[in-house]
Write a protein that binds this ligand. Sequence first.
Ligand SMILES: O=C(O)CCC(=O)C(=O)O
Length: 397
Amino acid sequence: MDEQDSGPANALDGLGNDLDPYKAAPQDLKDLWKQWTKAKSPYEVPTLSLIPAGIQISEDLLQREFTAFALDHLYSLFANDSQGLQGFLASLHSSNPAAVLSLEDVNIPKSPNQKVCSKAEFMTIADAKLVPELTKAWRHSKCDHTPYEVVEIPGLVILPNLLPSLVQQTLLDLMLHREFSRPQNQTNFHLNYNLSYPEDGESFFSIAPESAFSPKTPAEHKPMSIQSALEKNLHWITLGGQYDWTNKVYPPEKPPKFPDDLTKLIKNIFTDIKPEAAIINVYSAKDKLSMHRDVSEEADRGLVSISLGCACIFIIGIEDKITGKLYHETLRLNSGDAIYMAGASRYAWHGVPKIIPDSCPDYLQYWPGKSYPAWEGWMNKKRVNLNIRQMYEEKTS
Ligand SMILES: O=C(O)CCC(=O)C(=O)O
């Protein structure tokens, strides 16, 4: 590629100082987005000009973090939620019969006083029984895991196949069972509905599908059944800083604490960001996200975006402030991929015009598994994106 044609000359040119959340995307990007909404199979994306990524993450670190993350979740299911544990393992097993973990693997003795064993005891047994299995599972090693950057969009790092299947499944459990059921976390339903929360932190997936959320203004909205809420109307859940979509700002009051386990996982891998706010975007087959920029965070820190379930087409573009030239790329994001938007790409235009049908990997197709019979296979037609940001610069004093 001709030198003049490769991305904005200075990464800062793309940043600019016009972080206006109401600014409209360039028409060319909107047109490209629209074309992709109409695309049909085989959804071929243009070839990218790649360069090696500035970020390198050691395999040892990833393996350590992923193992700790998955085992912590298994322990909390073991200690608090035996139905959840059965479900987690059964869905692992049904998606991969040759698997890694079976119910017997966690047939871990209780301590003599009949209480569940301590975390330390669990981890000792897990170290012997589960870690070797997790390690085997930890990369279905045929795919390429090398992080790369694209010439046209400085600062954008693509980390293909970053997350092994067990970590993807763990994330889904944490986001859609635990976090969705925490009243501190807003969803797209909260504006118009009173949510009736399941008891004892149970999952919304365990509630009778015919029960319903009552509307705040019955003259304007009908009750929303759990069936339709989960089937097609759940679009987002916010964690930590609860983004105010109407005014496009974070509320001034202290936000709920960002979940510790997600903080640890993200911070140990992406060391430049302190997770403070996240949006869990939930896409059904026909859903799209229009071209926009994420400009409401005060901190100029990288944004981590993780894809789970069905693949999607993702468009990203930057205008050079000086020449006005628009640089853009179209990517296919698959389950387990992560992208890191830093530098000039942090404030780039981006959007999702297409969810690719029938592209959910086998190991997630059954989620949430047999323990939630009304919903087994829910994930097969969904894409879930976890989009994590730092809101404020850390005080240096
Ligand atoms: O779903 C995605 O990959 C992108 C989500 C996104 O752009 C956002 O939450 O701002």
